[in-house]
Ligand binder design. Structure first.
Ligand code: ADP
Ligand code: ASP
Ligand code: MG
Length: 419
């Protein structure tokens, strides 16, 4: 029997009527002859509420209990979806992660898949069940504890099931009708793409486009899963939405294909550090040990005999998620107290955002950086940090200019027009 994976995000299962609407889409695929694995998120807002309860109860929470609480939103939706399907005479059974079992590492709140054995779900399909409704975002560790996969993780559950069960396609139903050139909630000129390359989507996701969790795109690319994003609120058919696929399948050849943003960035500068071999390791080693996800890094050019510093000195700036600043500050203060590094000042800026342009065409085209910087200059937006890779350019700017920057870049690269 051909098999489909259908994933419904939080807004798409936000109340009982929406669960019914999603269930009707599942029923339609069953009527077309598919066995279906449905992956559900928690109802919208639920996971945030659960995270809040954990933080209120225990600010320095035990990560195992965080996962036990925060994973529960998906359990409710899975049961409700199975019941809704049963009411429509579609034979359906719900599955929590441990029942499948979805085996993961024990990295709580950032677990990775180890294996998804098929036997239990296959046995239920063999009994005549047509739909397995699986709670997204969760698994079980080798120690037998509940784990979660990181925020937005149900996308990754969906792709992992599509790979494990050899699904014909993995359909991600959400509150927009596809993947756009930028977040349609930020720019009214955003244009829906019919197709986007895995590499581009991977960059967009990792640079903040939350329409797909980064890891889901990585898995789809590795296991050649046919991945599609489409609307749960509109009538959809085979040609709806956006397909994420290999570069070779794409006809459109724009140099830049999308603009992404990430709001929750912060920047820290260590002012006046010694410029000597090993200084970067002495700074970033303790940050890594403290679990700080350092993103962009800039080191100033060295200055000699600065004030009362006889040797060469410099400044080091890095960016990281804003909620990791307390940890980063402590790691630096501890390293200074231990004599590993020395600095005159720690300057923290928590009002920054990262805006990036992405496109595989950048590999073979010069001038993207110049166009980007000119567009930002025309809006009087100051660039604080720049980072580039083969297919992206990112800048750190004041957060208050983030939306303006996204719109200016969307215009500068004429993304509203197709190639
Ligand atoms: P779900 O709850 O279905 O998982 P998410 O909120 O995680 O949905 O992701 C969908 C949201 O992603 C959209 O509502 C949209 O605001 C945002 N988004 C950001 N960048 C893009 C983009 N390039 N294309 C489409 N949506 C985007
Ligand atoms: N409910 C989880 C979250 O909000 C997982 C998901 O929806 O993908 O992050
Ligand atoms: Mg999501």
């Amino acid at each position: 029997m051909p098999l489909l994976v259908m994933k419904f995000g939080g807004t798409s299962v936000g109340d009982l009527a929406r669960i019914q609407n999603a269930a009707r889409k599942v029923q339609r695929e069953v009527e077309r002859g598919y066995d279906v694995i449905v992956i559900v998120s928690a109802m919208s807002g639920k996971t945030n509420e659960l995270v809040g309860w954990v933080e209120q109860t225990s600010p320095m929470f035990d990560a195992r209990e965080y996962d036990a609480v925060v994973s529960s939103g998906e359990n409710v939706t899975a049961g409700l979806m199975a019941l809704t399907l049963q009411e429509m005479d579609v034979p359906a059974r719900s599955w929590q992660g441990w029942q499948v079992p979805i085996l993961t590492t024990s990295a709580h709140s950032a677990a990775r898949f180890l294996d998804i054995p098929r036997e239990n779900i296959d046995a239920k399909f063999a009994e005549g069940f047509k739909v397995a409704v699986v709670a997204g975002f969760q698994g079980v560790s080798p120690e037998g504890r509940i784990t979660t996969l990181g925020r937005g993780g149900s996308d990754t559950t969906a792709v992992a099931f599509a790979a494990a069960f050899g699904a014909e396609r993995c359909d991600i139903y959400t509150d927009v009708d596809g993947i756009y050139t930028t977040d349609p909630r930020i720019s009214s000129k955003a244009r829906k793409l019919d197709k986007i390359a895995f590499e581009e989507m991977l960059e967009l996701a990792s640079l903040g486009a939350k329409v797909l969790q980064t890891r889901s795109v990585e898995l789809a690319m590795r296991y050649k899963v046919r991945l599609r994003v489409l609307s749960s609120f509109e009538d959809t058919d085979e040609s709806s939405g956006t397909i994420v696929c290999d570069e070779e399948e794409i006809m459109e050849s724009k140099v830049v294909s999308g603009v992404a943003y990430s709001r929750d960035e912060a920047k820290m500068t260590l002012v006046t550090i010694e410029d000597r071999p090993g200084i970067a390791a002495a700074i970033f080693g303790p940050l890594a040990e403290a679990g700080v996800n350092v993103d962009m890094i800039v080191q100033n050019i060295s200055e000699r005999d600065y004030d009362d510093h006889p040797g060469a000195v410099t400044d080091m700036t890095f960016s990281c998620p804003v909620n990791q600043i307390p940890r980063a500050r402590k790691a630096m203060e501890d390293a200074r107290a231990a004599g590993i590094i020395n600095y005159d000042d720690l300057a923290v800026d928590t009002d920054v955002a990262k805006v990036s342009v992405v496109g595989i065409g950048m590999r073979s085209h010069a001038g993207v950086a110049a166009t980007m910087f000119k567009a930002l200059a025309a809006e009087n937006i100051n660039i604080k940090v720049i980072a580039t890779s083969e297919i992206k350019i990112s800048v750190l700017i004041d957060r208050k200019y983030m939306e303006l920057a996204v719109q200016a870049l969307h215009d500068a690269f004429e993304l509203e027009k197709s190639a």
